[in-house]
Write a protein that binds this ligand. Sequence first.
Ligand code: NDP
Length: 597
Amino acid sequence: MGQHGGKAQDGQSSSNVNRAYDVLKKLTPKACGGPRLEEQACRRRSASACPDSQLPATLTALNLALAFVQLLIDGKWEDAAGSKTFEDLDPRTGEKLVDVAEAQAEDVDRAVRAAKKCLPYFPFNLGYPPQAYDDGPWPRMTAEKRSRVMFRLTDLVESKTIDVPGTAQHFRYFGGFCDKIEGSTIPVAQEGFTAYTLREPIGVVGQIIPWNFPILMAGWKLAPALAAGCTIVLKVSQYTPLSALRLGELALEAGVPPGVLNILPGKGSVCGDALATHPLLDKVAFTGSTDVGRRIMEGASQHIKPVTLELGGNSPVVVCGDADLEAAVRGAHEALFFNMGQACECGARLFVQEGIYDEFVRRSIELAKNRKVGDPFDETSTQGPLVSQKQVDKVLKYVELGKKEGAKLGCGGGRWGDQGFYVEPTLFYDVEDDMAIARDEIFGPVQVILKFGTIDEVIRRANATEYGLAGAVWTQSIDTMQALTRGIKAGTVWVNTHHVMDAAVPFGGYKSSGYGREHGGAVLEHYTQAGRCAYPGMLLVSKGRCRLATQDQRSAASYKQQEQSPMLRHSCPLPLQTKSVYVPLPKSKEQRSWVIM
Ligand code: NDP
């Protein structure tokens, strides 16, 4: 493990190893091959003698993730101001796993300043001499070199510890974008002028992510911002701080310069609030609940920061009478129970057409009852714990509301086991639109089934929500599919599937589910801005540098001013809401008709 100390000092590395070892001793042995193996493996790792491939995957991931529990600021691992820490709990037992540094407002300030000093210039004159900020290593690095660093990071993520394919895919996809972020040349009406746009990094970005899929959420946020040449302060949730810290270590190892990526575990009300309102940020990117998203927007408005928001959902799944029944039952089941229902795009409201409703409900109850709840490190478990006691309380509160408001309970409804944060797989049917369990985002393993009659009716009811993140349609008719995918007001609609996502396909919300898009070229619009330049005459390129053909010094000076003035920078607004529709390709000859669309 010594090698993973990276830029940290040796003393830090060995205390990380000891801390990891202490924690590992407490973990249940069954997934790791017993305590002796844990001990041996840990010791071997600390001597750097054992390649990852010889260790059980689970152990390797835990071992390394648990080693980094401090703040990452300016390339160094540091304690929080006042040595504040919070307890990271094991959701399987509710017991403390490890103490993690809890970032305070002072730490946020240090991290933002570290990120700011990595920029090539300092556009706002807030009392700092501009030359102090003129040597930024990241946006000045050639795009090709930046791309190589990101590919190195992709390899580290894939091959070492955090083998989450989606995260690696994001770094690979956006690593390829570094040298393809282009402006345009624009023919203008005024005679004697030419104009072009430069796409420049927007600057220092404050990013705040939630606890569900913490490593993937970090990948979604970091990859495009790094590709664009931005510098970053990432605030991770107090409930899941470890994997992003480990990712920070890998980023240093890959060659991301110190200060470009700063990572702060901490509480939303303290660290998150201080970050969202920090005056030196150039942009805020938030993923989390709609309520906190509103607050983030308000906070960022104090300093007129652009904000992008990936917020909550209450996604409809519409199963039509002509759907492949077994596939739809299973698909809708996974749409909800995947990750214990803790997914923003989960199929939260399941509308089933009346002809197939009773049979559909019967099969869905059977599936839900058959879920095997247990330790997620046991490979036979299909449902693990929720993230926290707070989340358990929230989910059980909705279960009680569901019962009180008259929904029929098909199965579950209680806590599971006598320790940890487990909730039974729960299913309600005959649910009405105005019941709390249909209206609100529950974010837990509670399937909610409603009955519908016609397609027009279900489109109206599916859209009768403040959310518009995602939706799914199960049908074998192209006409019905077209009507529903166009009718459902949501950023992503799946056809006969759910949860499929790709770094290349825009993802984001309509309505109160957010503003802006993750993934694809669309997200880069949020991390760059188009600097607009107009020159008299034409541009000559000499020895890789641009010179004005007319040598008009006055114009050159005004260009410089334009480039640096925030007032004259134009961020590129998204022209329209983008909706992504995922359609499976045909598997058999009979289904060829799908290809024609
Ligand atoms: P929260 O909104 O509670 O928290 C999200 C992040 O914001 C956390 O890091 C949290 O910190 C922080 N935070 C909380 N309060 C503040 C504040 N006042 N100022 C600044 N930051 C703050 O959401 P959850 O973590 O509970 O995540 C679940 C939610 O996220 C669901 O609504 C889900 O739909 C949504 N989500 C949306 C996604 C999308 O792509 N649209 C993807 C994934 C989730 P801390 O946790 O430390 O308090």
